[in-house]
Design a binder for this molecule. Structure first.
Ligand SMILES: *[C@@H]1O[C@H](CO)[C@@H](O)[C@H](O)[C@H]1NC(C)=O
Ligand SMILES: *[C@@H]1O[C@H](CO)[C@@H](O)[C@H](O)[C@H]1NC(C)=O
Ligand SMILES: *[C@@H]1O[C@H](CO)[C@@H](O)[C@H](O)[C@H]1NC(C)=O
Ligand SMILES: *[C@@H]1O[C@H](CO)[C@@H](O)[C@H](O)[C@H]1NC(C)=O
Length: 149
């Protein structure tokens, strides 16, 4: 029974490294968001076997269009954990079940400034979470690509 135990332990550590991640469910990757309005960002955190506590979240929006301050047309190649962009939200994050069909989530309202550049942009979250018995402290960053209109 040694091998299965090792396999399970490995599996468990892989799961604990990924299963506590949060991600942006809406706006969906590739969708449009409007300037000068509030947009609902639905951040989902799938339930996992490993206990974890979400502590905080930040939401950033970075334009990928060339400008005087950001001449690079390929900003998608710069990871958002190095260049987060306009900080649209910082604060608590406590995803809970709402609809039975959906994993725990929290809706956050963010305002996209009227002056934000139109075109492709990266909408990112940085999620601070405590995982497991230690607990381990993890900062988990993910994104969707949107079109600002
Ligand atoms: C955006 O939402 C905030 C409250 O969440 C509200 O005070 C503000 O008026 C809204 N702005 C617009 C343009 O709807
Ligand atoms: C967005 O997330 C993907 C993985 O889903 C990653 O490959 C990409 O580098 C990220 N983009 C930015 C700008 O961080
Ligand atoms: C979260 O936002 C989505 C989309 O706007 C909406 O359908 C859902 O009812 C909202 N959930 C809660 C709990 O407000
Ligand atoms: C979003 O879609 C773009 C293509 O439009 C793709 O390159 C990217 O990997 C997708 N990102 C995620 C997080 O699925």
């Amino acid at each position: 029974m040694k091998l299965p135990t090792i396999a399970l332990t490995l599996l468990a550590s892989v799961l604990s490294a990924t299963a506590q991640s949060a991600f942006i469910r809406t706006p969906a990757n590739g969708s449009a968001i409007s300037r000068g309005t509030n947009t609902t960002v639905q951040v989902t955190k799938p339930n996992s076997l490993t206990g974890s506590t979400s502590v905080a979240l930040a939401i950033g929006l970075r334009s990928c269009e060339p400008s005087t301050t950001s001449p690079s047309p390929s900003c998608l190649s710069i990871p958002s954990d190095e260049f987060f962009g306009y900080v649209a939200y910082t604060g608590p994050f406590a995803p809970v079940y709402h609809e039975t069909a959906l994993p725990p989530y929290q809706n956050l309202t963010v305002y996209v400034p009227q002056g934000f550049a139109q075109g492709t942009a990266v909408l990112s979250i940085a999620h601070f979470v405590l995982v497991g018995a230690g607990p381990e402290t993890i900062l988990d960053v993910s994104n969707v690509t949107v079109t600002v209109v």
